[in-house]
Design a protein around this ligand. Structure first.
Ligand code: ADP
Ligand code: MG
Length: 295
């Protein structure tokens, strides 16, 4: 039975982007308006999706990850007026079969959130009170730990970056189709929020030759960072010699302990302790929006 479960689950859940998609759709089905996705080691070590949706009722929690349980349809006719992304009740159970899952949830009627740890069969093995607000956070650790060949396949750096781009594209797609939805993506603790013009539109090429319309923030603080500006400029023009800057806003959220703001009296110069990591996260974000940079 174990082997059959693993086999069928690994067909439903076959990549990092697949896990993110299923969790994101569950969050949307729960009416969420704010969704935060966090990945560690490109999602192979940790995929976390946190939402502010309805939460899961205590009576549903025990069965939520059991194969073919779904709270979304109760009769055959429901299938014909389906307004949710999910209805098969397969995703959560399958994710449990290929990773270590815990779910923290709180409905409007609950006093506190409860964190549940699930086993490979989707059954609850332990629970404890937690401190989160209304909504649900699903965490999947050590993806494909019991499918070493597949884990190995996805561990390749090139593959990781491809998957990361797919995750960004996926989030972007849902953000576009759901007005008012707030989504963030954090990889290894860096989040980039912002306003980015559409590729090829006037704003990306016809702005001025000084970066006065390119707003860069680190943890909400306006900063002037030459390397980041240089990167932005490379991406937003097809002509590599172009010295124009686009109209855009980007806010880079990183742990406060990894940035020094007191470099100059006006605090617009910052020292990033992990500059390369920040630059590569910015670059990955720009690649996903605009394709490879003109060099
Ligand atoms: P499906 O989406 O097809 O119903 P899933 O396996 O994806 O199946 O989820 C099983 C059930 O767990 C859902 O029907 C829902 O009741 C509950 N659930 C999962 N994720 C969430 C979430 N983020 N918020 C609220 N309920 C959730
Ligand atoms: Mg689902």
């Amino acid at each position: 039975a174990e082997t059959v479960r693993l086999l069928s689950s690994s067909q439903v859940i076959n990549s990092v982007v697949n896990v993110v998609k299923e969790l994101l759709e569950n969050s949307l089905d729960a009416g969420s308006t704010s969704i935060d996705v966090k990945l560690e080691n490109y999602g192979l070590d940790r995929i976390e999706v946190r939402d502010n949706g309805s939460g899961i009722e205590a009576s549903d929690v025990a069965v939520m990850a059991v194969k073919h349980y779904t709270s979304k349809i109760s009769c055959h006719e429901d299938l014909e007026r389906l307004e949710t992304y999910g209805f098969r009740g397969e995703a959560l159970g399958s994710i449990c079969a290929v990773s270590e899952v815990c779910v923290t949830t709180k409905t409007g009627a609950d006093d506190v959130s409860i964190q549940y740890t699930l086993d490979v069969t989707g059954h609850i093995v332990s629970q404890r009170p937690s401190h989160l607000g209304q909504g649900t956070t699903v965490c999947a650790l050590k993806l494909f730990k019991n499918l070493p060949v597949r884990r190995q396949y996805y561990s390749n750096t090139k593959k990781c970056k491809e998957e990361m781009k797919k995750v960004q594209d996926l989030l972007m797609a849902y953000a576009v189709v759901k007005p008012g939805l707030r989504v963030t993506l954090t990889h290894n603790k860096i989040t980039i929020q912002g306003y980015f013009p559409k590729p090829g539109c006037d704003y990306t090429s016809s702005s001025s030759s000084s970066p006065d319309k390119t707003f860069v923030f680190v943890n909400d603080r306006p900063v002037h960072h030459k390397d980041i500006l240089k990167l932005v400029r490379q991406f937003c023009s097809e002509d590599p010699s172009c010295r124009r800057y686009p109209t855009m806003m980007m806010n880079i959220i990183i742990p406060p302990s990894t940035v020094d703001v007191n470099v100059t009296p006006d605090k617009t110069q910052v020292m990033l302790h992990y500059k390369e990591a920040v630059l590569s996260a910015v670059e990955a974000m720009l690649v996903s929006l605009y394709g490879a940079a003109a060099k």
